[in-house]
Write a protein that binds this ligand. Structure first.
Ligand code: ATP
Ligand code: DP6
Length: 385
């Protein structure tokens, strides 16, 4: 019988996007990417695992529902961890013969373009690596589940190095700066839709690699310089530069999606309206105070500094009116009292409830092992509650 191992893992949102693989099986990217890891107190995946002789087949439960284990990525992760355990002789053969139960929950919408797979796989492989007592680079294991998951292993600002080796051994994530480096950096996620998206990132990027000429240009000419420049901007805490690169990279990524044949359309009218509002706001301020970025979905992720949060929240509520009494989730915040500024803002309010809610959060730490006993499985390996 094994102990129960429980891990929490964060979501990460890329500012230089990963889009396109050079190896589908090993999940090796065409380009480096850079992200910020978000606070697990607001958004996280939590996973408990155990191995027992009385579990008849490997099981995975996601958000209280038993899912099929017949999932290639999941099996690749488990097989690789067991292979390493055999090589390192970290557990005995009997332990290796037992089946596992994986029980995972996300405290935010799954498969909605909010990086659930990143948090989920980072959590899962870390819990299994501890269960099988192996010593290895966790980001490499997480990458086998979902590329972007390798960046959720670390807190703060993270770079995933594409690497050049065919076996992927140099395709790993590393920390650029920890979560305390830029303490006033804040993140607001504007949730337009929290339902499952039509074209998964995996399918979408496969199609882009096959058909988009712009993707080739992006990989060769745009990303290398942007990655260097944004790492420098992060080191120097140069918000204006960080923001400009973030927005340009999001725009180019979605241009690649449209250059894909047939096109992958992830942004919606409301997404484009958010882009317009942010550019108008920055223009009026005479400096770049807020950046937007969009993953493979319509939801916007805004990066901004803490001092500007009240004004931006008030502006969003004015331009995108809501009837949701619980519109703001996450950290507590205040709103701006500067009615003059808001009254003079040149974009008139859109129709009500285009935005479902927003999540206010900050840059946070990476993975954490839960040692206070709040597991999702009890001592008999059964789901708690
Ligand atoms: N906590 C979890 N544990 C294990 N697997 C998970 C977990 N959360 C999500 N997943 C896996 O990730 C899949 C969702 O990945 P998908 O890439 O479609 O969406 P997303 O990660 O929310 O969006 P994106 O990657 O575009 O930001 C789920 O169907 C499931 O297989
Ligand atoms: C747009 C993105 O969010 C794409 C993420 O793609 P995934 O990591 O979900 O793809 P797979 O490796 O196929 O699982 C950009 C990013 O996070 O860098």
């Amino acid at each position: 019988m094994s102990d129960i191992i429980t891990i929490t893992a964060p979501v990460n949102i890329a500012v230089i996007k990963y889009w396109g693989k050079r190896d589908e099986e090993l999940i090796l990217p065409l380009n480096d990417s850079v992200s910020a890891t978000l606070d697990t107190n607001v958004m996280c995946a939590k996973t408990s695992v155990c191995a027992r002789p009385d579990i008849n087949e490997n099981e995975i439960w996601l958000n209280k529902i038993k899912e099929s284990f017949n999932n290639k990525r999941l099996q690749n992760c488990l097989n690789e961890i067991k292979r390493i355990a055999r090589v390192q002789k970290s557990v005995d053969e009997e332990f290796l013969s037992w089946n596992v139960r994986i029980y995972s929950e996300n405290n935010f919408p799954t498969a909605a373009g909010l990086a659930s797979s990143a948090a989920g796989y980072a959590c899962l492989v870390t819990a299994l690596a501890i269960l099988y007592k192996i010593k290895t680079d966790i980001s490499t294991l997480a990458r086998l589940g979902s590329g972007s998951a390798c960046r959720s292993v670390y807190g703060g600002f993270v770079r995933w190095h594409a690497g050049v080796k065919p076996d992927g051994s140099d395709s790993i994530a590393s920390q650029i700066a920890n979560s305390l480096h830029w303490p006033d950096m804040r993140v607001i996620i504007l949730v337009v839709a929290d339902t499952k998206k039509h074209t998964s990132s995996s399918k979408g990027m496969q199609c882009s690699v096959a058909t988009s000429e712009l993707l080739q240009y992006r990989v060769l000419h745009s990303v290398p310089k942007r990655v260097d420049d944004i790492c420098t901007a992060i080191q120097k805490r140069d918000f204006a530069k960080f923001a400009e690169i973030t927005m340009k990279d999001s725009n180019q990524f979605h241009a690649v999606c449209l250059d894909t044949y047939p096109p992958c359309v992830y942004m919606r009218d409301i997404s484009h309206s958010i882009v317009e509002v942010i550019h108008r706001y920055n223009e009026i301020c005479g400096e770049v105070k807020v950046a937007y970025t969009f993953d493979a979905g319509p939801n916007a992720c805004l990066y901004l500094l803490e001092k500007d949060v009240p004004e931006i929240i008030s502006l969003i509520k004015q331009v995108f009116p809501t009837s949701n009494p619980e519109f703001i989730k996450g950290l507590s915040t205040q709103e701006s009292q500067d009615r003059d500024f808001l009254n003079q803002f040149p974009i008139k309010p859109f129709e009500k409830d285009l935005l479902k809610y927003l999540i206010y959060t900050k840059v946070g730490d990476g993975l954490q092992e839960i040692t206070d006993g709040s597991h999702l499985l009890d001592i008999n390996g059964q789901p708690v509650g």
